[in-house]
Ligand binder design. Structure first.
Ligand code: UD1
Ligand code: CA
Length: 489
């Protein structure tokens, strides 16, 4: 099973120079995402599982984009440029050009086959070595083989691969297809590539013609049939991209369910490859977990919630909310309808409630921001209570400033805290206040107009209205007479 008593794979060449015309995109095909990562990054991961001496990605079309992406996500990878797209044989020739003479096994894969795993590649290399092949092709049985190269066999051996456009009617009826993933004897590949001709329907140098070359040397060519045929599927258009992306998501969800995560509706739940979930997490319908999100045991997320790069601690609940780059402490409650922007840090058992937006805000243990608030550039102390409709006015049109609310302080509803400003521990702010100066410990700040009542105003200014009638009745000490009451309803 292990490759330890064998030499390492000499090189993996990932072909990714193609034009990807059918994507109709200004983004290179292999940079399109599934489960939060580029197709190419999955191909690089699978190749890396072989721990080859060289890992080369062949770039061509939109190559600056592809090179930039690789430098970011896989700096260990070497790129080789295919200047003219003259077919898969030419692509591999370009890939190997910088590596000199190779002895040992060379694996060839594609940048647009994202579900292929490292385990499958390892098994292919094992089969290649076990059977003493010069070439081993990964194949699968396709319900609709149209467009793929067909595997022409003679008993257990592969005689050749014929492309759709070059195939006879009888060959087109073959349902075993070439996945485009191979192991070659490096020396055979090197001399075979030098002999390729472009005399075929597409005028391209076909990598698959190396098979005929190997057989001409009297060497064996084998095939490994993949039963999990989804792993062999390539992406050429956005319909295939969405199908494989849904399949990858199903596989990710199954893995988490097997590890003890409850997922009520897998059909409407999307979890990126990079997310980490603990046992006894519950995901309700309509949940999307993206990027470096992690969710600890006992937490319940959803319904209808998107978390991007969010840490959710044990037992927290997040309901119908959207959060990015935030930390939600143990036992904390978020939502429904909360918007947590980057830098939000909600303490243990804290609350960010309905129609609350937070940004760059540290909300202490047990502190509550329950309703209709904007809380930006703020520190809210443990156990503080922020009344409904409070606004942290952090921006004067030029600079952003900070607001501090001390521990166990109480901000009355509909207050405005104009930053920079500090409310000390154990202070009160009266409802409807606009706070522009510091409030000390134990103080009540009242910053609003004094209330003034003008007697008799309704009778003088609104005579004949139902309000005036109600006032008159109230002043007489009897109930107002209304039509509704006369009807007895
Ligand atoms: C190739 C195989 C076909 C197989 C299919 C699997 C050949 C001749 N045919 O078909 O048997 O069933 O893959 O998907 O090899 N590429 C380059 N440079 C090029 C041409 C292609 O880098 O000049 C890359 C593409 O970006 C892609 C891969 O090679 O990643 C396969 O190319 P594509 O054109 O999709 O495959 P076919 O030639 O149609
Ligand atoms: Ca082609």
């Amino acid at each position: 099973m292990s490759t330890t008593d064998h030499p390492r794979v000499a090189a993996v060449v990932i072909m990714a120079a193609g034009a990807g015309t059918r994507m109709k995109s200004s983004t290179a095909k292999v940079l399109h995402h599934l489960a939060g990562r580029s197709m190419l990054s999955y191909a690089v991961d699978a190749a890396s599982a072989l721990d080859p001496d060289h890992l080369v990605v062949v770039v061509g079309h939109q190559r600056e984009q592809v090179e930039e992406h690789l430098a970011e996500v896989a700096p260990q990878v070497v790129t080789a440029v295919q200047h003219e797209l003259r077919g898969t044989g030419d692509a591999v020739r370009s890939g190997l050009a910088g590596l000199g003479e190779l002895t040992g096994d060379v694996v060839v894969t594609s940048g647009d086959v994202p579900l292929l795993t490292g385990d499958t590649l390892r098994a292919l290399v094992e089969a290649h070595r076990g059977e003493g092949n010069a070439v081993t092709v990964l194949t699968t049985i396709a319900p609709d083989p149209t467009g793929y190269g067909r595997i022409v066999r003679d008993g257990g051996e592969v005689v050749r691969i014929v492309e759709q456009r070059d195939a006879t009617e009888a060959e087109q009826a073959i349902s075993e297809i070439n996945a485009g993933i191979y192991v070659f004897d490096g020396a055979v590949l090197g001399s075979g590539l030098a002999e390729l001709s472009d005399d075929n329907a597409q005028g391209e140098f076909y990598l698959t013609d190396v098979i005929g070359f190997a057989r001409g040397l009297g060497r064996r060519v084998g095939a490994t049939v993949l039963t999990d045929s989804v792993q062999a599927q390539g992406v050429n258009d956005r319909i295939q991209l969405s199908a494989l992306s849904a399949e990858l998501n199903r596989r990710i969800l199954r893995r988490w369910m097997a590890q003890g995560v409850t997922i009520v509706d897998p059909g409407s739940t999307w979890v990126h490859d990079s997310v980490d979930l603990a046992p006894d997490v519950t995901l309700l319908p309509g949940t999307s977990l993206e990027g470096a999100t992690s969710v600890a045991s006992g937490a319940v997320i959803g319904p209808d919630t998107t978390l991007v790069d969010v840490e959710v601690d044990e037992g927290a609940h997040v309901v119908r909310s959207h959060a990015t780059l935030a930390v939600i402490g143990p036992g904390a409650e978020v939502g429904p309808f909360a918007y947590l922007r980057p830098g939000t840090n909600l303490g243990a058992k804290g609350k960010i409630g309905a129609f609350v937006e937070t940004k760059n805000a540290t909300i202490g243990q047990g502190a509550k921001v329950p309703h209709l608030t904007y809380c930006g550039d703020a520190t809210v102390g443990a156990g503080a209570n922020i009344g409904a409709g409070t606004i942290f006015a952090n921006y004067d049109g030029v600079t952003k400033s900070h607001t501090t609310v001390g521990a166990a302080s109480f901000i009355g509803s509909d207050s405005v805290l104009v930053a920079p400003v500090e409310v000390a521990d154990g202070a009160y702010v009266a409802a409807g206040s606009t706070i522009t100066a510091p409030v000390g410990p134990g103080e009540l700040a009242v910053a609003r107009g004094q209330q003034r009542n003008i007697a008799g105003w309704v009778a003088r200014k609104r005579d004949g209205t139902k309000t005036a009638a109600a006032a008159e009745a109230a002043l007489r000490g009897s109930k107002p007479q209304t039509n509704e009451n006369e009807d007895g309803r």
